[in-house]
Structure formats: C-alpha cells, structure tokens
Ligand binder design. Structure first.
Ligand SMILES: NC(=O)c1ccc[n+]([C@@H]2O[C@H](COP(=O)([O-])OP(=O)(O)OC[C@H]3O[C@@H](n4cnc5c(N)ncnc54)[C@H](O)[C@@H]3O)[C@@H](O)[C@H]2O)c1
Length: 376
C-alpha cells in the first residue's frame, strides 16, 4: 500500500506492523477510521482512547489545523495514519468508520463508502434535508453493515434514567424539553453559521431533542406549530459578505399521532442558566422532571407522593467528555453492535424522523403556518 508520502514512510511501516497489515500482529480490537477531526471528531478520538477494545487506525481531514490538533492526542510511537482525502480509507482494513464532517457533507461521504464493508457511525443530524435522508435510507437498505446515527443524548445517565421512569406516571399526555445555553461555537470554515450547510438550528441542534421527544412519547410526530427568530446571536458577523441566518430562539409544539403534545423551548443566549437542559413528561398519574447538568430527576404524583434523586454517572463511563459521558456509552453500544452483528440502536429511520421534525418546525416559522410532517 502506498498511501503516504515518502516523508511518512517510516510512520507507514510502524502503523502497518502495529495493525497487522504486514501480518506481524493480529489485532482483536474494533478498528476505526475517523473522517473529520474537528471538535466532534477529536471528542470521538478521546472517547475511543478510553475504550480498551477500540483502535483508531486512520484519520482523514483536509484541514491542516484539525489534523494537527488530532495529532496532539496521540503518542509519536503509536500514531494512526493521517490522510487528507477520506476516500483513501477504502484501502484500509477497518471494522467501522465515524463520519464527523459538517452536516451537509454526510450524504456525500456515506455514498462514497456505501460499497465498503465498514459499519458507519454518522454524526447527527443525519442530513440537512429530507431528500438526502431518504437517499441514505436507500443506501442503508442495500448494504449489510449498519449505519448508526449519532443521536447520543439518550445515552446520558440522567436522561436514560428519566426515560426509564416514564411508564410510572400513567398514560403520557405532555412532554416538554428546554434547552437554554450559549451561542453556537465557531467551526472550521464557519459551516454552522448558515442554514444551507447546517440544515438550520432546529435540525442541527434540535434533532437531539426531537429524537428524545419521540423516544419519550413512543409515537410518530405528525404536525408542528412554531415561532422563532434570530434576535441576538451572530448578527454582527459576516462571512464572504453574508450575515449568518440561523435561529437563536424558538418555541416548537409537536403533535404526535397518539394525541400526546410536545413542546421545545430553545434559547441560545442563556448561558447563565443553572441547567442547560430540562426534560418534563406529564401523565395521568403524575409528572417526572430531569435537570442536566444538575443530574437531578424528580417524580411528583398527583396524590402528593414526591421524590427526587441525584443520578450518578454510569460507572462504566471512563471519559465524561463534552456530553456527560453520553458519547462514551454510545460508542460502547456501537462497538457491541459491530461485534455482535446486531442492528443499530439509533437507525436511519430515527435519524430521518428527528430531522423531519426540525425541517417542519423551520418551515412553520418561515411561513407562519403549522406544518404537517411528511409520512415517514
Ligand atoms: N453528537 C453531538 O452531540 C455533536 C456535537 C457536536 C458536533 N456534532 C456533529 O459532528 C459533525 C462535525 O462537527 P464539529 O463540531 O466537529 O465541526 P468542526 O467544524 O469542528 O469539524 C468538522 C471537520 O470536518 C472536516 N471536513 C470537512 N469536510 C471534510 C471531508 N470531505 N473529509 C474529511 N473531513 C472533512 C473539517 O475540515 C473539520 O476539521 C457535525 O455533523 C456536527 O453536527 C455532533
């Protein structure tokens, strides 16, 4: 294999021998390739480094700065391959590839890797529009290795405890999610400043919450009412003459086909909030609330019986990272599915559904009318 320049030949040989390509050593770990070494790609690196049975074989990113930052996470005697063109990964002996590139590129990368035997972990949002989501579903149906969409909030210890308690409050009637946080961070080439690259705030950020709502309600979202705007953030920024067009606050009401109503309250100029996320589910018997990062879950029944529990992190988590250990738990579950050849916990249909609610909400805001979610 001659993927690297002469300058890297020495590294090439070390890595080949380490990963058994030369037949020197049989490696029993799950072998990962990573595409996109930006903020989230490096988060995946740190998580995988904390998982004994995972190996990062190669990392691809065309941005020199991102590759340099990734290199700092590895010791010089055990480096992965560093590539500037992700298509070179096709030549590697890998079990799985993580796609952590900007949202609008996910479909192109999946298409390129469709014929490989690699299991794919595609970062959220699955895609920026429904056409691309449907194309990814068609690709998924036509291949054997899985595509898993990285909607990892459900793996947070507090969130997963909250979800497990919902059956205790009787017939569910209403759900509510609040995210009050700071503005979007800066990204490589500022792709997250424009709807056409990110899918828009309610897709890019809030696909996580529409996924959680659907998990809470266990039904299909069918209609959306919404109001929102860009009223505070990024208004004084300009990129190639263009001012960012992304929402920074919204209220979104989601109706489900079992009659349950959901509401999202998003504010991205509220970094002073005590909790970044609050989840509420209300049933015929009572109400359950979760607060993150306080990691508190409260249950209050209509008969006056109340309890509050501080939720400790899952003891299996070896790296808390940026998402309260959720990415670590997600990767453990992903590796288990790779090893067992089982179905993904978060499949393409769930990925599509979370995007479809976000797109419908953005359409509702733009048109001032409630919007039907297409049948999925
Ligand atoms: N699951 C989560 O909670 C979570 C959190 C943050 C970001 N994300 C998602 O992760 C993805 C990456 O976000 P980020 O915050 O790391 O952005 P980023 O801008 O920090 O990094 C993106 C990286 O992808 C690289 N890239 C662009 N095109 C590429 C290509 N064709 N091949 C290889 N690399 C390419 C860029 O050079 C950059 O280094 C996005 O889809 C984002 O929505 C998910």
């Amino acid at each position: 294999m001659n993927l690297l320049s002469k300058r890297n030949l020495f590294v090439d040989l070390i890595v080949q021998s380490r990963f058994g390509i030369l037949g020197a050593k049989k490696n029993l770990s799950t072998k990962f390739g990573l595409i996109g070494a930006g903020m989230m790609g490096r988060e995946h690196i740190r998580n995988l480094q904390a998982i004994k049975k995972a190996e990062i074989v190669a990392i691809a990113d065309p941005d020199d700065g991102s590759l340099k930052s990734a290199k700092k996470l590895f010791s010089e005697d055990m480096p992965p391959y560093y590539l500037t063109d992700y298509r070179q990964l096709r030549e590697f002996d890998l079990d799985a590839v993580i796609i952590a590139t900007p949202n609008f590129t996910h479909i192109e990368v999946v298409k390129e890797l469709a014929s490989t035997p690699f299991h794919l972990l595609v970062e959220k949002p699955m895609c920026t529009n429904l056409r691309d989501c449907k194309e990814m579903i068609a690709i998924d149906k036509g291949r054997d290795p899985m595509i898993w969409i990285a909607l990892e909030y459900r793996f947070m210890s507090t969130t997963s405890h909250f979800l497990s308690k919902i059956p205790e409050i009787g017939d569910l009637k209403m759900v509510f999610i609040r995210e009050h946080r700071g503005p979007f961070l800066e990204k490589v080439n500022n792709w997250n400043r424009f709807n056409k690259y990110s899918g828009g705030t309610l897709v890019e950020k809030c696909c996580h919450f529409f996924d959680l709502m659907t998990l809470m309600v266990q039904a299909t979202p069918v209609r959306v009412h919404a109001s929102g705007g860009q009223n505070v953030n990024h208004l004084d920024e300009k990129y190639d003459g263009g001012v960012p067009d992304i929402l920074d606050n919204a209220f979104v009401i989601v109706e489900f086909d079992n009659g349950v109503r959901g509401c999202l309250d998003l504010c991205m100029f509220a970094e002073g909030s005590r909790n970044e996320q609050e989840l509420v589910a209300t049933g015929q018997l009572g109400k359950i609330e979760a607060f993150i990062p306080e990691d508190l879950v409260k249950i209050s029944f209509r008969d006056g019986n109340n309890s509050a529990l501080k939720i400790p992190p899952n003891p299996r988590i070896k790296y808390m990272g940026l998402h309260h250990g959720a990415s670590y738990m997600e990767l453990l579950a992903f590796i288990k599915a790779v090893l067992n050849g089982s179905d993904p916990i978060v499949d393409c249909i769930q990925g599509l559904r979370s995007v479809a609610v976000g797109i419908a909400a953005q359409e509702a805001i733009a048109s001032g009318k409630s919007t039907r979610i297409p049948v999925i």
